[in-house]
Design a protein around this ligand. Structure first.
Ligand code: CP
Ligand code: NVA
Length: 305
């Protein structure tokens, strides 16, 4: 059935062509915004934003992005909703679909997102789950290409915890056809399910225990917190992750013009040192800005606007 809307659940759920179209649109919208042009294709539309975990960037960039598109937002926190008192996701999806025009959710188990998408009759956007963070990676690919051109065949290196941001980066490596080295300590590997999907879809991924090996000759070095929100049970202790810290010595193994990326918030002195995150390779605030532009294009894609 050709619905008049689409969900943005995961990079694996979209074709390479759709993802590329979204990035092209994000760049065009960014340029038009900087040129002072106003376009309000979503006037009269309301986006409900459900947060079951904290957020700074996602919350503000979706809110501002929806307003720039002419729409409005409704901020909902899980604890203040009946969702926090065991109302089902399915019932919540059906009710919200009677009021609002789209739903964005940041939640825990990935199945909560998928269940919401299954039962909603308006677009659903993944704003982070325990498993994935696709909006972040769309902003990151956009950022890489703004600085260095097409991402295809480039070498990305991930070092640290095998978490939700990495899973989306793995999906992106298949969809955008770049190489990806992953260095994680034993017990912090990315989920086999995401690894299998990426490899079955042509991703060129190499797993190693050595951050030095992973970063050698890389075009882009990426890391994230060693303990994700709600994942405290997976915490390994800083000493386990210390060899995976992105510091000046590790960064020196990458290409001289390599970029450094981090979705933020950063735990300075843990997964990254000040000299790297504040240094010449770092594009972390460009990534944060591009969340706004990429998500406006994602929202527009969902509405076919
Ligand atoms: N990177 C990111 O999603 O940041 P927030 O948790 O602040 O939204
Ligand atoms: N991996 C982090 C990303 C935060 C934006 C977390 O899930 O907490």
């Amino acid at each position: 059935m050709n619905k008049d809307y689409r969900h943005f659940t995961d990079l694996s759920a979209l074709s390479s062509e759709d993802l590329r179209q979204i990035l092209d649109d994000a760049c065009a919208r960014k340029h038009r915004l900087k040129a002072g042009e106003v376009s309000r294709p979503l006037a009269g539309k309301v986006l409900a934003m459900i947060f079951e975990k904290p957020s700074t960037r996602t919350r503000v960039s979706f809110d501002v992005g929806m307003r720039q598109l002419g729409g409005e937002t409704l901020m909902l926190t899980g604890t203040e909703m009946q969702l926090g008192r065991s109302e089902t996701i399915a019932d919540t999806a059906k009710v919200l679909s009677r009021y609002v025009d789209a739903i964005m959710i940041r939640t825990m188990e990935h199945d909560r997102l998928l269940e919401l998408a299954e039962h909603a009759t308006v677009p659903v956007i993944n704003a982070l789950t325990d498993d994935t963070h696709p909006c972040q990676i769309m902003a990151d690919i956009m950022t890489y290409e703004e600085h260095r051109g097409p991402v295809r065949d480039k070498l990305f290196a991930w070092t640290g915890d095998g978490n939700n941001v990495l899973h989306s980066l793995m999906e992106a490596s298949a969809r955008f056809d770049f190489r990806l080295n992953i260095a994680v300590p034993e017990g912090s590997e990315p989920s086999q399910k995401y690894l299998d999907w990426a490899k079955e879809n042509g991703a060129r991924i190499t797993l190693t225990r050595s951050a030095e090996d992973a970063v050698e000759g890389a075009d882009c070095v990426v890391t994230d917190t060693w303990v994700s929100m709600g994942q405290e049970h997976r915490a390994r202790g800083n000493s386990v992750f210390q060899p995976y810290q992105v510091n000046a010595d590790l960064m020196a193994r990458a290409k001289p013009d390599a970029l450094f990326m981090h979705c933020l918030p950063a735990h300075r002195g843990e997964e990254v040192t000040d000299e790297v995150i504040d240094g010449p390779h770092s594009v972390v605030f460009d990534e944060a800005e591009n969340r706004l532009h990429a998500q406006k294009a994602i929202i527009a894609w969902c509405f076919r606007a």
